[in-house]
Design a protein around this ligand. Sequence first.
Ligand SMILES: [Zn+2]
Length: 182
Amino acid sequence: MELHERIASALPATVTCPCCGKSAPAGTLKCQGCSYDYYPTPPDDEHRYAVILREGSYDSDFLPKMALFSGWEPEQCRQANAMMQTYGEAHREFVLLRRSLSRSAAMHIAANLSRHCGVKIVSDDPLPGYTDTFADTEQLELAPEALPCPAPAKSEKEQHSGIGFWGIVGAVLLAIVIASFL
Ligand SMILES: [Zn+2]
């Protein structure tokens, strides 16, 4: 086997989106399922985060997005949304959507849902003094915000009027140039 073939066979052939779980060929820049950027700026660190929803939403496209990012069945999303919206015994102020996310994945999910409902990003690192003990659901839901919730993500149409492909290429080239001086 040639060297480049051995290198290619040693690398994973696919990557899995940390936000929506969709697989894509290795080297993919943007997830086709949810537009997650596989090469976030700034790069991710070792911290982990959880995404908490509050208030719920009556928007028609909220539940499909909730299903996309949580991996829950539509009925489970409908129930979780209803619990945030109705008052009474079953009412819940917060719903833990996802945990153990990288910063960029948490930010991406929050940006996609904050157009519809309240979103809080909290720290999901191990509890202080422990290496593998984590907060439970209720502790996470009541935890203070660890990262400011990003502005709502732009829709597909709005994105295309943004900096566009060549703007991104330019930014990547600039980052490489800067990195080579460090
Ligand atoms: Zn995705």
